[in-house]
Design a protein around this ligand. Structure first.
Ligand code: FES
Ligand code: FES
Length: 205
């Protein structure tokens, strides 16, 4: 079938098999390897993409479901503060090319900068999904409470960080977006997230 959808701000047309997963379309056909496969069954959130601005697990989604929709992957965040740029680069901090030296490579999104600043990236496998879930949250709620951040990220599992730094990174990004320079992010005192989060929003298969 011919699939047409908006991918990171660009109209995209591609022939796909009806049973192809969205995750495989992105990674194997389109080469956007910032989207990761962890569990492959909707439990870890490593494969998170934004579908019309909402986080979904692309391992549970047929590529056909992308027809006519607006898709954002981690590669779509680099290059613009609002996350709508079309840069496609796979590197540090959840798939974005870094530009900390002022060269011509795409700039990091403020969320990516905040994850770096807070030390919220260790192995980085969860980071693309975390950042996309956080972006969806901040787009609808620019000044979330800790509990709201935890809820928004509860479908994204991290084996490395203990979550506290991730929550602080989202708070930092929110503060930076609001232009509150120098505002210290409070200690969230975070508990481990609920892995059962968001099944209804994420399972669009
Ligand atoms: Fe784990 Fe998709 S790969 S939820
Ligand atoms: Fe390793 Fe989150 S940084 S899984």
């Amino acid at each position: 079938m011919l699939l047409e959808f908006e991918l990171n701000g660009k109209q995209t047309r591609v022939e796909v098999e009806p049973t192809l997963r969205a995750l495989d379309l992105l990674r194997d056909v389109l080469g956007l390897t910032g989207t990761k496969e962890g569990c492959g069954r909707g439990e870890c959130g490593a494969c998170t993409i934004l579908l019309d601005g909402k986080p979904v697990n692309s391992c549970l989604l047929y590529a056909a479901k992308l027809q006519g929709r607006r898709v954002t992957t981690i590669e779509g965040l680099s290059g613009a503060a609002d996350g709508t740029a079309d840069a496609a680069a796979d590197g540090a901090v959840g798939g974005a090319a870094t530009n900390r030296a002022g060269d011509d490579s795409p700039r990091l999104n403020p969320l990516q900068e905040a994850f770096l600043a807070e030390g919220a990236v260790q192995c980085g496998f969860c980071t693309p999904g975390m950042i996309l879930s956080a972006k969806s949250l901040l787009d609808r709620n620019p000044d979330p409470e800790v509990e709201e951040i935890e809820e928004a990220l509860s479908g994204n599992l991290c084996r490395c960080t203990g979550y506290g730094k991730i929550v602080k990174a989202v708070q930092r990004a929110a503060a930076n977006r609001a232009g509150v320079a120098g505002r210290a992010a409070p200690n969230p005192g975070r508990a481990a997230p609920n892995p059962g989060r968001g099944a209804e929003a994420r399972d669009e298969r």
